[in-house]
Design a protein around this ligand. Structure first.
Ligand SMILES: *[C@@H]1O[C@H](CO)[C@@H](O)[C@H](O)[C@H]1NC(C)=O
Ligand SMILES: *[C@@H]1O[C@H](CO)[C@@H](O)[C@H](O)[C@H]1NC(C)=O
Ligand SMILES: *[C@@H]1O[C@H](CO)[C@@H](O)[C@H](O)[C@H]1NC(C)=O
Length: 852
């Protein structure tokens, strides 16, 4: 993926950018087109400020100057304008040493938004960024011991929907553990009563959920699917809508569709307050509309706290059909059917008319994700699309009337009482701990030296603690008996390589010059860079705003810091200055394998080269599965993640989705399905149980792709040919695989070699994981296929010229030097090369397979 150019992703990005431009120009369409709902209660409060604060045209009044607001304790206010706050509302704060309430006069009972803004304003008096936030209303716990440190951005915005039945609403900030509490901004705003109604269908249950009016709700996600971010000023109820793309499971399965928002026609059922026309004017739809019977779903996967129930609202609008009744699709929530055969025309009778559906999810069954999928109704053959325009997920308060943890308001108050009494005890204990910590720190400063200091640097996005502690660098060498392969593994090595300054990265990439762009993906962009010593590198710059990107970066760095192998792309270093997430890899001059198979102008690869590349990739995967104490499953094996260096040596890349495999006493890892369509192990997809054999399946698809020079999925082909796995298996079973192989290869492949290759791929693609070989077996079989090819071409000296590896003469390198040479990225001579030179010694072993 380092050098992947994801065309679909790129197009999506382009369309989102152009949409953003449109929003910028037409920002006022909504406010001018509709008689907006006017909230009776409408408090926008800038806490700690002495003057009005205007954000996007909305005026926040200082907390001490509103006649309808009583503050039970003034606390102290902090104002700081000399830092770059994400919004002016974050430039001041009110700090509370004691529990303090904001009491708002409520003129109209019913549902209200309660919105809270937190940002630890820099100041000399309070360490606000270590504050634990606890916030309660009269009845509900909104935040309980909430740390600002657990998230990747310093500020926190929370939105709640609370039914206020009395003539006032208190919002109380409770300092925890003898520390202080604070808040920067508060909004309390009336909401139309019919925004949320009672009696909502429950996923996987036949009875509706009753009792929503008595619950508090917290907005967890609000997505303008397929469209740009919508800011409060442009929403009918001051809401914020985010773009959905980072939650898409498979970027390639969906594409963005949009129409002019003024063509959205609201009916009587759905009012503009439910969602503004901008939400309904954009959608994600299926990419492959041309295929009669599509096998895909578009899936959004949203992390949630599984101990709560969620109210899920899906917004639909048929902006793609030319006539009524052409769009019928299914909606799934966490694999359960939500709506079967949803025909929007039957709901609205008019195209481009908004519609929405609510669900209560009671089926997270411990899974920390809500997965929403849409897919064409498979029972109707001549319609083949699906759409989603907006998605809201709201957390529902639990039995303790809480939205975080299991303590009730009463528990919190009594806890706060106790805290007071215990304070003196705590102070004594804390002083003791501080003294102990000081001693330890002193010890390290004096005896452990600067090196351990460097390792202690808290990298905001680096997963800590890092693997190992650098005191012991143990290296393990495993010898694979079957193939005679010596792989070298460096374990417990926490060396993340060089730390780059942002300046160095800017210079290396010519300020992220677009001309140096190697690829764009969901995580961000990859650039070609040149270091001052003229080394070429690939620079992957994560999007710091993407939480998914953050986890993928963490996974990748966690994996790569443990792994060094000739057939895995190695990490040279990283940069985390200015909250950047930048990884620097060795540069792979020949890019992804895929581009040498089809879709570009590179000369076709010889059969022998293809075998060598497959063998290299298989070695990399074999190492992942067996090299470390706990095996690692790649989860996204595909031809774009196999990269080729200047000598066409294959290396496996992109560990963003990797997972450590099952522990010894387990047979699988239960996990939400991730990966790429066309390569997905059907068993994994069905049972959501991950084993190394899922990688083996994907690798089988890669083998077929290499043989046939066509994509894993090609939706424009007739139905039976769409998936290469199915199509090639059909021919393989007839023993006629050569019929569909790359025509360039015909006459150049030894039939015995092809037969071995086909059998190997067939075994990889077995329905059941248990029937598939291990990567070690695959490797062995591919080496065998290579030997069969080489024996056949011994008489043909011309063909030998394609063996680029054997032509390079290399000195014998001690296997243990391998990992070091990879870290420095200085040269790529390893034991593998030496071993390739001695293939003739292995040969006798290969042509006499023992019992295989
Ligand atoms: C602040 O805003 C309020 C409400 O919009 C307005 O009534 C008041 O005059 C403003 N105060 C100042 C000092 O501008
Ligand atoms: C608010 O709660 C009251 C009392 O439980 C209920 O009668 C009313 O319908 C609720 N309002 C909304 C908008 O849910
Ligand atoms: C969509 O996903 C659901 C649940 O994962 C599955 O049951 C269904 O068969 C899928 N539909 C299609 C058309 O693939």
């Amino acid at each position: 993926m380092v050098v992947t150019v994801m065309m679909v992703g790129f197009l999506r990005w382009v369309s989102v950018v152009s949409l953003l431009a449109v929003v910028f120009l037409d920002g006022f369409i909504i406010s001018s087109s509709y008689a907006a709902f006017t909230p009776v209660d409408n408090y926008l409060i800038a806490c700690g400020s002495s003057q009005n604060v205007t954000v996007d045209g909305r005026v926040y009044v200082p907390d001490t100057q509103s006649s309808s607001l009583v503050l039970t304790d003034q606390g102290s206010s902090i104002v700081s304008s000399n830092f770059l706050a994400p919004s002016p509302i974050y430039q001041s704060a009110r700090v509370f040493p004691r529990p303090t309430s904001f009491q708002f006069e409520i003129r109209q009972s019913g549902r209200h938004w309660v919105r809270l803004y937190f940002y630890p304003v820099p100041n000399s008096e309070y360490a606000l960024n270590s504050t634990l936030l606890t916030v309660v209303t009269d009845d509900f716990v909104l935040l309980n011991n909430h740390s600002l440190k657990d998230q990747n951005r310093p500020y926190l915005f929370k939105e709640y929907l609370i039914n206020v039945t009395s003539d006032h609403l208190s919002i109380t900030f409770v300092p925890m553990n003898g520390s202080v509490s604070f808040v920067n901004g508060i909004e309390v705003v009336s909401v139309p009563d019919d925004l949320i109604v009672d009696q909502v269908p429950q996923v996987a249950l036949s009875t509706p959920f009753v009792g929503i009016p008595t619950l508090a709700l917290e907005t967890v996600y609000r997505l303008n699917v397929g469209g740009p971010r919508i800011v409060p000023m442009n929403d009918t109820l001051g809401r914020t809508w985010e773009n959905d793309q980072k939650f898409l499971y498979y970027n390639d399965s969906a594409k963005v569709e949009s129409v002019d928002p003024s063509t959205i026609s609201y009916g009587e059922v759905v009012s503009p307050e439910i969602a503004p026309n901008w939400v309904y004017a954009t959608a994600e739809i299926m990419v492959n509309v041309d295929v009669a019977n599509v096998i895909f779903n578009i899936t959004w996967s949203l992390p949630v706290d599984p101990s709560f129930l969620y109210l899920i609202r899906l917004h639909f609008c048929d902006i793609i059909s030319m006539a009524l009744n052409q769009l019928v699709f299914d909606v799934y929530i966490n694999s359960y059917s939500g709506i079967a055969g949803l025909d929007l025309s039957r709901q609205t009778n008019v195209l481009r008319r908004p519609y929405y559906a609510d669900f209560v999810s009671n089926v997270s069954s411990g899974s920390p994700f809500i997965n929403i999928s849409i897919g064409p109704d498979t029972t109707i053959m001549d319609v083949s699309n699906a759409t989603l325009n907006g998605l809201e997920i709201m957390k529902m308060s639990n039995d303790a009337r809480s939205l975080e943890g299991s303590l009730s308001v009463r528990d919190i108050y009594s806890g706060a009482e106790k805290t007071k009494k215990k304070l003196t005890v705590i102070v004594a204990v804390v002083l003791g701990i501080v003294a102990a910590v000081l001693l330890v720190v002193l010890y390290y400063c004096c005896f452990a030296g600067p090196r351990s200091k460097r390792l202690r640097r808290a990298h905001s996005w680096l997963p800590l603690p890092l693997y190992g502690n650098s005191h012991t660098i143990s290296k393990v060498s495993t010898i694979s008996q079957k193939s005679g392969t010596a792989s070298c593994i460096s374990m417990a090595n926490s060396n993340l390589g060089r730390t780059f300054t942002f300046q160095e990265i800017m210079e290396a990439t010519n300020k992220f010059d677009d001309a140096l762009l190697l690829g764009v993906g969901g995580f961000g962009k990859v650039y070609k860079g040149t270091l001052d010593d003229a080394t070429n590198v690939a620079v992957k710059r994560g999007n710091p705003r993407s939480e998914q990107g953050l986890t993928e970066f963490q996974t990748e760095i966690q994996m790569l810091s443990k792994l060094r192998h000739r057939h895995l792309v190695s990490l040279i270093g990283y940069c985390d200055e200015r909250s950047e997430m930048i990884l620097v890899y060795e540069y792979m001059a020949n890019g992804p394998l895929r581009s040498h198979l089809y879709g570009s102008d590179f000369p076709p690869l010889m059969w022998k080269q293809r075998l060598e590349i497959c063998i290299g990739a298989a070695r990399g995967l074999h190492y992942l599965h067996t090299g470390a104490t706990q095996s690692i499953i790649h989860r996204d094996v595909k031809t774009t993640n196999i990269l080729l260096d200047e000598n066409f040596v294959a290396k496996v890349a992109d560990f963003g989705l990797s997972k450590t495999g099952p522990a010894l006493d387990q047979t699988h890892v239960s996990t939400a399905v991730k990966g790429s369509f066309g390569y997905l192990d059907p068993e994994y997809f069905r049972r959501q149980q991950l084993t190394e054999k899922s990688d083996v399946y994907s690798f089988g698809v890669v083998l077929m792709e290499v043989l046939c020079s066509r994509p894993a999925l090609n939706p424009v082909l007739p139905r039976e040919q769409v998936s290469i796995a199915e199509w090639a298996m059909m021919w393989q079973k007839k023993g006629l695989l050569s019929h569909i192989m790359d025509p360039y290869l015909s006459g150049k492949v030894n039939p015995a070699s092809l037969k071995k290759f086909g059998e190997t791929a067939e075994k990889c693609l077995a329905e059941q994981g248990v029937d598939r070989p291990t990567m070690g077996d695959v490797l062995w079989n591919l080496e065998y296929a290579l030997q069969l090819q080489e024996t056949s071409s011994l008489n043909d000296p011309d063909d030998n010229s394609t063996n680029h590896i054997a032509d390079i003469s290399v000195p014998h390198v001690h296997p243990f030097d391998n990992s070091m040479s990879m870290i420095n990225g200085a040269h790529s001579v390893t034991d593998d090369d030496a071993e390739d030179l001695t293939t003739s010694a292995v040969f006798s072993q290969l042509v006499n397979p023992r019992g295989r």
